[in-house]
Design a protein around this ligand. Structure first.
Ligand code: S3P
Length: 176
């Protein structure tokens, strides 16, 4: 029986906002992979990217997800690129139903404000067309990782949470 839910999806999809509410509703522990990476590294994500590069960041991400995946009863908010390394998903899948929060490029653009300071991968991105490219590249990774998806582009946080709770009822191997 699975006891956790892992939220995947692009930057700005609402993984953390939705995850916090979901954790309250289900009385489970909310865990943000990015914050755990920052704690482990003792520095911020932009600094990790700057000093260790994206590869250094991905290596840390793999280590942290391995540790997180060993605990139960969690709502795990994954960084947008966690799906790029299949090992992360294999580890998460052992105890988590994987939920893909979908989002349109224009909404990503609006929600992130292309904030390069907190999201280094947005550096070099000019607008929603560039976001569309990156999203198109990532889509198969999200698609093949997810048990199910919810499009958050036009929905409130509560509505997304309710949809997730509804869909979870179809999962016999998930233990509420
Ligand atoms: C990343 C997304 C970020 C963070 C890092 C890389 C990505 O997390 O993990 O900057 O590759 O999409 P959020 O999706 O929470 O912004």
């Amino acid at each position: 029986m699975k006891t956790s839910i892992a939220l995947i999806g692009f930057m700005g999809a609402g993984k953390s906002a939705v995850g916090k509410v979901l954790a309250k509703r289900l009385e489970k522990t909310f865990i943000e992979v990015d914050s755990s990476i920052e704690r482990k590294a003792g520095k911020s994500i932009p600094r990790i990217f700057k000093e260790n590069g994206e590869i250094g960041f991905r290596e840390l991400e793999i280590k942290v997800i391995k540790e997180i995946a060993a605990s139960k009863n969690q709502i795990i908010s994954c960084g947008g690129g966690a799906v790029l390394n299949r090992i992360n998903i294999e580890r998460l899948k052992q105890d988590s139903v994987i939920v893909w929060l979908k989002v349109s490029p224009s909404v990503v653009f609006r929600r992130t404000g292309l904030d390069v300071y907190t999201r280094p991968l947005l550096g070099g991105i000019q607008g929603s067309e560039d976001i569309r490219h990156l999203l198109n590249f990532r889509r198969p990774f999200y698609e093949s990782s997810a048990d199910f998806a919810v499009n958050t582009s036009k929905l409130s946080i509560d509505r997304v949470v309710n949809l997730i709770l509804d869909k979870l009822k179809e999962y016999a191997d998930y233990n509420r």
